[in-house]
Design a protein around this ligand. Structure first.
Ligand code: NAD
Length: 470
């Protein structure tokens, strides 16, 4: 039986009297939910409409589901309801406009309301670390309380936020049970972390393999069915405890690998060897896959996810030394870039206190507008502390980190003593080097924190080139 909101009604039976009857009804309601997911008639709520939540909501809507998104930011809700994406993810603008026009997607300010109207609730709010690098689950807890207020029997709740080990069962389930309903018996609860990479989020949501952990088999099965309806990749069902750790292992692997590349870059610089050429050749080995060194690691995932493991390990008396050292190495890269800037200005005979530096790239990653934990922030701030006049540019993001900012590249570069590239935006790979040289003051100097320019070409044009790892 279905309610007007499309939810499954098992309330006519006094389930407290008979566990067997309750289990049988739950099974029947799960089968019904799976059928409705397959038919795309299940209503979906997405709580948290940020870099992951909005693309997820838009893809589900494009696949034919009726989606209601919830976010506590009024400007985000209003923008989506106008059919405008507040996020600069490629392809998202068109998808959001289309979904809103077709009335398959709308946004509300209340997760409780979105939950009441849906069969499946996906929670994908931010999960940062605090000043002591411990997990800050306040947004997740608050979202779970709001969902609990609207929760009904037969619903499926999926957590997509990246979380520390044990969080689904120890933190999320009790909060949702504040509704008076029992996880795994009255409602289903699963965890399925997002693996998509910004700038390719829409493609990857629809093609990546997916891991789904349930607090019981039925929860994993129902959640897996939802992801099978949006991704062409394999969907793996597991226990929630395994999946929580798998997601953190994935991002920790990437962070440690980047740290290794960064460490080798420092050595290669000292040896006068180009680290990129060395990595290219090392990666021809069938079992080697070194990542790319650079000015540092940013974004909302890699700088904090390894701490979820480090923090958990400490509770068990284990020090994750490799992982901690990798975090420190990556966090130290902006400082290394700063040293290269100092070196470059000194080579030009320029004092820091009366130098002007043009910073190209404020976003943490190429072709995105996301500036969270961007290496540009410590670089800009440290330069300003040293009395340098800093002017920044970014074709996608707007942020000054306390310096000056302009979207006009020529204006930013004109009269600067040095140019520092901190983001591998496509625009910077296509820089007109002749024009760059003409705009810079005195001997032209380029510090390439992302190795987007060809050293030989820059030098052939008579400029000095300082790259990370060469
Ligand atoms: N950004 C990525 O590339 C990426 C990739 C994989 C996994 N993740 C994980 O996904 C999660 C979300 O990341 P994100 O980058 O989308 O974060 P985000 O900050 O872009 O989005 C989170 C949104 O949730 C909203 N929110 C917070 N509390 C809320 C509440 N109680 N009710 C409703 N909305 C609420 C915020 O206003 C914000 O708009 C994190 O756990 C992150 O680690 C992110």
């Amino acid at each position: 039986m279905q309610t007007s909101a499309g939810n499954l009604c098992i309330g006519k039976v006094n389930i407290g009297d008979s566990p067997q009857l309750n289990a049988a009804h739950m099974r029947a309601s799960v089968m019904e939910l799976i059928r409705r997911i397959r038919e795309k008639s299940a209503g979906i709520a997405v709580v948290g409409l940020g870099y992951v939540g909005l693309p997820t909501a838009a893809v589900l809507a494009a696949r034919g589901f009726s989606v209601v998104g919830a976010d506590i930011k009024r400007e985000v809700v209003e923008s989506i309801n106008r059919g405008e994406s507040p996020i600069g993810e490629p392809g998202l603008q068109e998808l959001v406009r289309h979904a809103v026009e077709k009335r398959r997607l709308r946004a509300v300010l209340s997760a409780e309301e979105a939950t009441q109207e849906s069969d499946v609730v996906i929670v994908v709010v931010q999960t940062p670390i605090d000043g002591e690098k411990r997990p800050d689950l306040s947004a997740l807890k608050s979202a779970c309380r709001d969902v609990a207020a609207g929760l009904k029997k037969g619903q499926l709740v999926i957590i997509e936020s990246t979380i520390p080990p044990g969080t689904t069962r120890r933190v999320v389930a009790p909060l949702l049970e504040g509704s008076g309903l029992k996880a795994g018996e009255d409602f289903l609860l699963a965890y399925s972390p997002e693996r998509a990479i910004p700038t390719r989020t829409l493609q990857e949501i629809q093609s990546n393999a997916r891991i789904v952990g349930g607090i019981n088999e039925m929860s994993a099965r129902a959640a897996a069915e939802l992801y099978r309806s949006i991704t062409s990749g394999e969907v793996y069902e597991e226990s929630v405890e395994v999946v929580e750790v798998v997601k953190l292992m994935e991002n920790t692997f990437r962070d440690v690998n980047i740290a290794l590349a960064n460490e080798l870059a420092l050595l290669c610089e000292a040896l006068g060897i180009d680290v990129l050429r060395a990595i290219e050749l090392a990666n021809r080995h069938p079992r080697v896959n070194l990542h790319t060194p650079g000015a540092g690691v940013g974004g909302h995932c890699l700088p904090k996810d390894p701490y979820f493991l480090i923090n958990e390990a400490k509770k068990h008396g284990i020090e994750l030394r490799v992982i901690e050292a990798a975090r420190q190495r990556n966090d130290g890269m902006p400082l290394h870039v700063l040293r290269r800037i100092e070196e470059a200005l000194a080579a030009k005979g320029k004092e820091l206190s009366n130098a002007k530096v043009a910073v190209l790239g404020i976003a943490y990653k190429g072709n995105t507008d996301d500036t969270r934990q961007s290496p540009a922030e410590p670089v800009v701030k440290a330069l300003m502390e040293r009395g340098v006049e800093v002017i920044s540019h970014d074709p996608h993001a707007k942020q000054d980190f306390g310096g000056r900012f302009s979207s006009n590249l020529r204006e930013v570069v004109a009269g600067a003593d040095a140019v520092v590239i901190l983001t591998d935006h496509d625009e910077y790979k296509r820089l007109n080097l002749e024009e760059l040289k003409a705009l810079l003051k005195g001997d032209a100097v380029v510090i390439d924190g992302r190795r987007v320019l060809e050293k030989e070409r820059v030098e052939r044009l008579g400029m000095r080139y300082f790259g990370v790892g060469c």
